[in-house]
Design a protein. Structure first.
Length: 275
């Protein structure tokens, strides 16, 4: 089957360990993909603002599946969004009330990202530069209380609990919501809380329908638990050398680590081989 769609995660995958892209190198790859009518999709737990900052002038040349599948942007315009049920939002806010600052609790919504005043993000320096962290603080809404009236529709929630607490908090959330909402690790001690059935693969499946393609025509790259469904969907599935075991188990191949620009290497070699 001919590959017609490249899908890649960002943090720990396409981005280097400092959270940056090699834009000139990526642009050359995009040029070659365009010549072959192959689409390039970035599927990420991040939201649109950070993706636009990272991609700059290339943002309109890729399709963005953000918030782990909850929003899809094509030609830099929103084409689809899936938001939480109101009852689930209220249940989550009530459950986490009083620990929002300690657990660095973030609500990602149609109206932007919201956190409680007093929250300090402690893990960002592991995968973001100081300039990126400053921009994140600037675009985050710090509020006295997290209230569903602020959001205009919730896309996902997330927490930073550290590696040592990650497993217990994942279990706590998954037990609480009885399958209607699920928590997954997104790496670096971070947890994404998602609508059941909404994940990166769901976003890709929506694109397959739009473009009349099949899952066998996808080549995908990922490194963590929130990439598993995407890797399972793809005809060719690369886990990064630095990937979690959950990603490696479902992959069909291994790519060099993100610190070695593994995605770039694989794509450049594949494009050269394809002629």
């Amino acid at each position: 089957m001919t590959i017609k769609l490249i899908a890649t995660d960002m943090d720990g995958t396409l981005l280097d360990p400092r959270g940056q892209l090699d834009l000139p190198r990526l642009e050359k790859i995009l040029d070659k993909l365009d010549q072959r009518d192959i689409r390039f999709v970035i599927a990420t737990g991040n939201e649109i603002h950070r993706m636009r900052e990272l991609l700059g002038h290339l943002a309109s040349r890729v399709v963005l599946v953000v918030a782990n599948g909850a929003r899809i942007f094509e030609n830099n315009k929103l084409v689809q969004a899936q938001t939480w049920d109101d009852a689930m939002v209220d249940k989550a806010l009530l459950h986490f009330k009083g620990r929002e600052c300690r657990d660095q609790f973030v609500v990602t919504s149609m109206n932007g990202s919201f956190v409680k005043k007093g929250t300090v993000f402690t893990e960002l320096n592991k995968f973001m530069t100081p300039e990126m962290i400053e921009k994140l603080y600037q675009r985050t809404n710090f509020v006295d209380e997290l209230n569903s009236d602020l959001f205009g529709g919730v896309l996902k929630m997330s927490m930073v609990v550290g590696e040592e607490r990650s497993s217990s908090v994942l279990q706590e959330i998954n037990d609480l919501f009885d399958g209607r909402v699920r928590a997954v690790s997104s790496g670096y001690g971070c947890i994404d809380i998602l609508q059941a059935g909404i994940h990166k693969a769901w976003g890709l499946e929506e694109l397959l329908k739009r473009w009349d393609l099949t899952s066998e025509q996808i080549m995908a790259f990922g490194d963590s638990e929130n990439d598993v469904e995407m890797l399972e969907l793809a005809g060719i599935a690369y886990a990064m050398e630095n990937a979690d075991d959950e990603a490696k188990v479902v992959a069909t191949a291994l790519a060099p680590a993100n610190s070695q620009a593994g995605v770039y290497q694989v794509l450049e070699n594949w494009l050269e081989k394809e002629g």
